[in-house]
Design a protein around this ligand. Sequence first.
Ligand SMILES: *Cc1c(COP(=O)(O)O)cnc(C)c1O
Length: 406
Amino acid sequence: MRTKKKPPERKRPGYFGRFGGRFVPETLSVPLEELARSFRRVAREKGFQRGLDTLLKTYAGRPTPLFFARRLTEYCGGARIWLKREDLLHTGAHKINNCLGQALLAERMGKRRIIAETGAGQHGVAAATAAALLGIECEVYMGEEDMARQEINVFRMEVLGARVIPVRTGSKTLKDACSEALRDWAASFASTYYLLGSTVGPDPYPRMVRDFQAVIGRETKRQFRSVAGRLPDFLVACVGGGSNSLGFFHPFRSDPVEFVGVEAGGAGLKSGRHAASIIRGRPGVLHGSYSYLLQDGGGQVQPTHSISAGLDYPGVGPEHSHYFASGRASYVSVTDRQAFDAALLLSRREGIIPALESAHAVAWSCRLARKLPKNRHIIICLSGRGDKDLETIRKERGGSLPNCVG
Ligand SMILES: *Cc1c(COP(=O)(O)O)cnc(C)c1O
């Protein structure tokens, strides 16, 4: 469903500048409208917000600490580096913030079934967790290719009571799982809630997921003010679909704080094997919204690569496209190699094994810190923990690691 005439930018709901929108078949307009209405209602409801806050606190483990990385700061030299510890949350990453919010919304809307898409299985596990907590049936679409690569997460979802539905279309990966979930939803929305995993897809998902993740930035702002009595200078986060970064940035959007989004540079931008959707992409429509996208000359979506499964997606949330086009945030990329080294660096300097996704932000922050004076402050959103990546790290090093103290 394309809009024929473009109304003035600011007045278009669901748009961030010229990005976003609802490019979906007619059959999805009804459930998206119902979802937008319900979200608007609960956003104003004290009872809903209180219920969510209680779960975030007593179940997920919020607030997460803001930690001054003293030994990492000394190593990098220059600006002070802080970590917002989303890795300490239940299920090991920020994804649970969004899943608890949306699962509560599904319950409020009276839906008896939740469906979700997943790539590496991280979002599928968080969605299955939230569904189990609330006693709602859960089915997760996952590409067959990904299922083979992520057996443990498939099993984890099954242990949590969810059913994993193999997707055999297209490249049998995340983008195909996403398409299948949308197809299911178009036929089942009367009883089914579609729990999307990042700030992507048709409106209202990008703004809704961001709002559920904005708890990261709100806490960071309060915590940093109480220890430093001021605002930080830089916020740095990795960008896959964009949910940890946008949730982290959003509460600072009107403040004099610089935002840096770190994309997956994979084997290097020149190699063509990467997932740098903003830096190397062009605007186009994927999964119902208009945003930067890795595509070839004919508009075909390009295959992506990253050492970190969570960043391995050819698109990016439309709000990031707007931040990029308007210059509000800057975007950089970090290669597999650099992310890998940063993961080891953080492990040895601070005793924290980060997710390889988050390690991209660590790598860039260290380079940034070096160029800045000591009285500047950088906060990294440490989106997840590295337990899930140990096997990747082991394979990368052929089982041998330098036995040094970082
Ligand atoms: C999924 C994931 C990401 C990427 O997703 P965003 O929506 O961009 O936040 C980053 N870090 C971790 C640990 C993840 O699991």
